[in-house]
Design a protein around this ligand. Sequence first.
Ligand code: ZN
Length: 159
Amino acid sequence: MASSSSYSNSPCAACKFLRRKCMPDCIFAPYFPPEEPQKFANVHKIFGASNVSKLLNEVQPHQREDAVNSLAYEAEARIKDPVYGCVGAISVLQRQVIRLQKELDATNADLIRYTCNNNEMPSGQASARRMGDDQGGAGSTSLGQSPSDFYYPSPWNHY
Ligand SMILES: [Zn+2]
């Protein structure tokens, strides 16, 4: 047999790591390709190869890839953060969600306040508003009346 198909003959990352022969029905082979040796090394260090093998046999074949991805993610997080593992990342993200939700609530409240203020006080009527406030906060209702009644007499008004 020619050795041209050396790729398919090369053991999966798990078997290479464990220095054993990779059989055609190897449970690790579909999920631990030889190009990603670190993936199996991490999972083996944290969970142990026999536990991973047991787990993969208990899980339905269509769920195995997700299971391996989850194990690989959790193992990598545990190696980076031995105390909290991926729980550390989850709680950081949860705090971020809470902070951003508060920020969003505050911004929405500001938006509502500005919208209300704009309805009460159209731009350019600031002086009339000040006059209205002097009368006890009648506000926009007095805008219909002639605001010039409140102005001091000036030489330019009598043209
Ligand atoms: Zn294998």
